[in-house]
Design a protein around this ligand. Structure first.
Ligand code: 7TS
Length: 404
């Protein structure tokens, strides 16, 4: 499929909605994306035609459901160039990163060190902070420079042989900054023996990821930000590391053999998928991956980066808009109209049918570093257009007028 945006837009039923009599302009994709008809259909088809539990039933429906679920696993592995055993389905990035904090965290001892950046989403922040407190370990912060990029020199200086875990965003959900993961992997391996975790919640929807090239040990992302339903996400881990790790949850499906005395855990990836899986959502993720592959991840990356740059330049030219983060960015722009609270900006834009997010975007420490309580954020995806960004520009002129 060529990247035909008109055709793509027709696949998203929600884009036909009107808001206050105006066409919906959906710029809250970093929170969650909209869903195309093939994804909605795949979920409906599961419930209408072959709903059954997986990995346990001898009957035909159970076999069909299991096959489709495993196909979704296979598609997710190939999507990031991982092995089948290396992809665990979770409910999303938050669960993936908590799984790691629990399982890797059990090995952390007093005096060990962990590193995250100042710009992490709370779901790659709070669990490491709490783990450090509970284990009397030290949590260090990789700093963000004035231009909104990660200070690689400072990162290199805070790494040492005591560093056990480094967990960093790939694309910032506030600044739009793209971290050079390959380069960072090398720095980490040179200076420490730490596990390197990548929070890919904001990159997996917009870029072709190849875990072998990125050089990370673990990587996490959410299906719902990349056209799939809510309740499904991915944890990638290198096979040898997942083999050694303790499961996060115990129960059905994650076992091979249970006696009164002990349990032998199941093979990868099922060892980490206790209980009944989110089957319909996983099948929806499979359909979303098919859709993204057809549109072409390279096309999507180019399109979303182009929109972000276009928006950055438009807002920059307005004179009374402060933008956070570097010009070189992927898919989103956070900003404030001078002397206007982000919530007021979002309310005026909403009256124009434009959905943006306003608040701290689950990155309170970063907002305190920026010296602001909140920001407004426009985030783009494959169905958005430059004309919609022009409408955002007009909406922001109205914001300035209303509040001046
Ligand atoms: N990491 C980053 C970088 C994120 O942007 C988000 C969600 C998460 C982790 C958590 O993902 P979840 O699917 O488990 O919730 N970010 C946002 C956002 O920016 N606005 O709403 C959710």
């Amino acid at each position: 499929m060529a990247f035909d945006i008109k055709k793509i837009r027709e696949d998203f039923p929600i884009l036909k909605r009107k808001m206050n009599g105006k066409p919906l302009i959906y710029f809250d994709n970093a929170a969650t994306s909209q869903k195309p008809a093939p994804v909605i259909d795949a979920e409906r088809e599961f419930y209408e035609k072959y709903n059954a539990n997986i990995h346990r039933s001898i009957h035909r429906l159970g076999e069909e459901a299991t096959k489709k679920y495993e196909e979704a696993h296979d598609k997710a592995s190939k999507f990031i160039n991982a092995g089948f055993e290396e992809v665990v389905f979770t409910s999303g990035t938050t669960e993936s990163l908590n799984l790691l904090a629990y399982s890797l965290g059990s090995e952390i001892k007093e005096g060990d060190e962990m590193v995250i950046s100042q710009a992490e989403h709370h779901s790659n922040f709070v669990q490491w902070q709490q783990l450090a407190k509970n284990k009397r370990a030290k949590l260090k912060f990789a700093e963000i420079t004035d231009d909104g990029t990660l200070d690689l020199g400072q990162l290199s200086r805070i790494l040492n042989k005591k560093t056990r875990i480094v967990s960093l965003f790939h694309v910032s959900n506030v600044l739009g900054t793209i971290n050079p993961i390959k380069k960072i992997s090398k720095i980490i391996k040179e200076k420490s023996n730490a596990c390197f975790i990548v929070d890919a919640a904001q990159s997996a929807p917009h870029m072709k990821l190849n875990v072998k090239e990125l050089g990370c040990d673990f990587l996490a992302f959410s299906g719902h930000k990349m056209l799939a339903p809510t309740g499904i996400g991915v944890l990638y881990g290198k096979q040898e590391l997942l083999e050694k790790m303790q499961p996060f949850m115990f129960g059905g499906e994650m076992i091979k053999h249970v006696t009164f005395e002990d349990t032998k855990f199941n093979d990868l990836p099922w060892k980490f998928e206790a209980g009944t899986a989110n089957i319909a959502q996983a099948i929806g993720l499979g359909a979303a991956i098919d859709y993204l592959n057809k549109a072409g991840m390279q096309n999507i990356e180019r399109h979303d980066a182009e929109l972000a740059k276009y928006c950055y330049r438009l807002l920059d030219s307005m004179g009374d808009v402060e933008i956070y983060g570097p010009e070189e960015r992927n898919s989103l722009v956070s900003f404030n109209v001078k002397n206007v609270h982000a919530h007021d900006t979002a309310a005026v834009l909403d009256s124009e049918g434009i959905a943006v997010r306003a608040g701290h975007h689950c990155a309170m420490p970063l907002h305190s570093l920026l010296g602001i309580p909140a920001s407004a954020r426009a985030s783009f995806y494959l169905y958005n257009t430059k004309e919609e960004i022009d409408a955002l520009g007009e909406g922001l002129k109205k914001v300035s007028k209303v509040f001046s």
